[in-house]
Structure formats: C-alpha cells, structure tokens
Design a protein around this ligand. Structure first.
Ligand SMILES: NC(=O)c1ccc[n+]([C@@H]2O[C@H](COP(=O)([O-])OP(=O)(O)OC[C@H]3O[C@@H](n4cnc5c(N)ncnc54)[C@H](O)[C@@H]3O)[C@@H](O)[C@H]2O)c1
Ligand SMILES: O=C(O)C[C@H](O)C(=O)O
Length: 313
C-alpha cells in the first residue's frame, strides 16, 4: 500500500509552505493544485528536489486539475485572495466563497471520504460554505485558525517572560477575527497560571496583540499575509488526524449545542483523530468568556447569512 495522499489547494504562500512542510514529514504523497498554469508544477518540482538534501523521498505532484487528487485522505484548502493593509478578513467573503465552492465540489466528487481543512478567509464562513457545498458530516469539515491564534498568544507570552514558547500553553476560541476569545485560565507558563507571572495590564496588551496578530503581519508585509505560522498550524492539524492522536486542538467546527451554541461554526476545542473532529470538548468557561464566545458566534452567524444569500443569488 502506498502512502496516504494529502491534497493542498492553492499553491501560494500558505499552500506552497504547507506542501513543503508535508513533504518534509516523509509520510504522505502530496498533490498541490492551483489555477495558475506552471505554479503548482514548478513548486512541486522544487520541493521534490529538496528531498535528497533534507532526507525525504515524498512524491509531490503539481497540477491545474483535480484528477490527481482522487483518493485523498485530507485536503488543506488555501485557495483564495489574502487581505491587503487596512482591509478586514470579512471583505474577502464574496470572492473567496465562490472559489471555495468550486474547489470543494471538485475535491469531494473524487474523494468521497476526504476530510477538509479550510484555511481560506474569512475562515469560519468558509467552513460553512464547504459544509453546505459538500454535505459532509461536521467531523470532516474543519477550519484552521485556533492553532494559529493560540500559537501567537504563546509566542507573545514567551517573548515577554523570556521562556521557550513550548513552555507556554494556551487556548484561543471563537471566530478568527477581532472577536476571538483567549481563555486566560487555560494559559500557563511551565505549568503555572499566567496570572501568577503577568500583571493584568500586560496580559491584556498581549491578548489585544493576539487579536490583531494577522493584521500586524499584513501591515508589515504590505503584500499578502502570514504564512509560516499558518502553514505550521494547518500541518499540525493534518498530523493530529493522520496519526490518530486524539489531541485537543482549537478548530472551527459546527457546534450543535456545545457551549450553548446552536448550528454555528466557530473555534472550539476539538479532539482530532483519524475520523477528523471526533468531539467538541467543553471547558468550564467564566461567565465573561461564555458571553464573549456567544458574541463571536453571533458575528460568524451574521457573516454566514450574507454568504448564503450571495451563493444562492
Ligand atoms: N485561517 C487562517 O488562519 C489563515 C492564515 C493565513 C492565510 N489565510 C488565508 O488563506 C488564503 C491564502 O493565503 P495566501 O497567503 O496563500 O495567498 P496567495 O495569494 O499567496 O495564494 C493563494 C493561491 O490561491 C490560488 N487560487 C485562487 N483561486 C483558485 C482556484 N479557484 N483554485 C485553485 N487555486 C486558486 C491563487 O492562484 C494563489 O496561488 C487567504 O484567503 C488568506 O486570508 C488564512
Ligand atoms: O490576517 C490575515 O488576513 C491572515 C490570517 O488570517 C492571519 O491571521 O494571519
């Protein structure tokens, strides 16, 4: 039996880097798809040629079609436009919804057992589009944002306290936008509560920087948005699923009553295993966190109503 196949759609900054990181795992066949002729083929060839140097023999195929994606275990969907300085992620809605709709149709028709990991923004609404179009169960349509937002908070805390980022644990829930909800009680440094190490005003400043973390990088890069940490975060989800790790990871997934949220896709702690998002884990939230999560879910719901109208028009 060959290696499991992972497809990456969109061979731009995030997708190209996801393909590279996956190839370096030396555990999958990788298919990289893009609409621009030459780009996925060129990047696939380049990644393949790094193999002898880096010690992997991953088969990486670049294509402008979908036949090569048949039988994929997972697709990481990064196709779509990124925002420019001064824009919100929500402004990408109309363009990216159309792209995600077509891409999901192509993927699911060739890989009926596929698990979709959405990366394209606005993230939570794109997971909604993918669910509507694919009809796949909620466990197989997930969004990557919580791992990234959490990694940002962990790295800001690590820098502030001069400790390794790996010693900082955290959990950021909610939609991938200004309303994201960092859980202070889940934030620890070398196993101790963050509140023992940081004054409230400093912690509040780091949380604000996390909420604005994507925009900070968009402002610095001028063209395009972050891709090193986003690609690492998407590959972390792929690994948790493919290795059946049963690890609790913040992901965008449909809530059906968990946290009091009904029929809305938002970032929540999800156990990732071989069947995808296997369950939503309910932490004990403070009243303030619960209210913030509800507000975040309301913002996502409003955006999903807009995208539903756009796609049926
Ligand atoms: N969820 C997150 O945390 C997160 C993080 C980073 C980026 N993003 C989002 O990911 C998306 C991609 O970002 P990027 O930096 O890689 O952008 P990019 O412009 O570098 O790459 C996007 C690629 O998608 C391709 N594409 C467009 N339409 C397509 C289609 N119909 N089929 C196949 N490919 C198509 C483009 O040709 C391009 O190569 C953006 O929407 C961005 O906002 C989300
Ligand atoms: O900020 C963006 O537009 C890209 C991504 O969502 C991020 O958080 O880096």
């Amino acid at each position: 039996m060959g290696r499991p196949k992972i497809t990456v759609v969109g061979a731009g900054n995030v997708g190209g880097t996801v393909a590279q990181r996956l190839a370096e795992k030396n555990a999958y066949d990788v298919v990289l798809v893009d609409i621009v002729p030459g780009i996925p083929q060129g990047k696939a060839l380049d990644i393949t040629q790094a193999g002898p140097v880096c010690g992997y023999s991953t088969r990486v195929v670049g294509t402008n079609g979908y036949d090569e994606t048949a039988g994929s275990s997972i697709a990481v969907i990064t196709s779509g436009i990124p925002r420019k300085p001064g824009m919100s992620r929500d402004e990408l809605l109309a363009t990216n919804a159309k792209i995600v709709k077509t891409v999901v149709r192509e993927l699911v028709s060739r890989s009926p057992n596929i698990i979709l990991i959405l990366v394209t923004n606005p993230l939570d609404a794109m997971v909604h589009v993918a669910r509507q179009v694919s009809g796949l169960p909620k466990s197989r349509v997930l969004g990557m944002a919580g791992v990234l937002d959490t990694a940002r908070l962990r790295s800001f805390v690590a820098e502030e306290l001069n400790v390794p980022g790996t010693e900082v644990q955290a959990m950021v829930l909610g939609g991938h936008g200004d309303t994201m909800v960092p859980l202070v009680r889940q934030t620890t440094v070398t196993g101790k509560p963050i509140t023992d190490r940081l004054a409230p005003d400093r912690l509040a400043a780091l949380i604000k920087r996390t909420q604005d973390g994507g925009a900070e990088i968009v402002g610095l890069l001028k063209t395009g948005s972050a891709f090193y940490a986003p690609s690492a975060s998407a590959v972390d989800m792929v690994e948790a699923i493919m290795n059946d790790q049963k690890r609790v990871v913040p992901c965008a997934m449909l809530c059906e009553g968990e946290y009091g949220l009904k029929d809305v896709i938002v970032g929540v702690p999800v156990t990732l295993g071989r069947s995808g998002g296997e369950s939503i884990v309910e932490y004990d939230l403070t009243a303030e966190e619960r209210t913030a999560l509800q507000a975040s879910a309301d913002a996502v719901r409003d955006l999903c109503a807009v995208v539903d109208r756009l796609l049926t028009a």
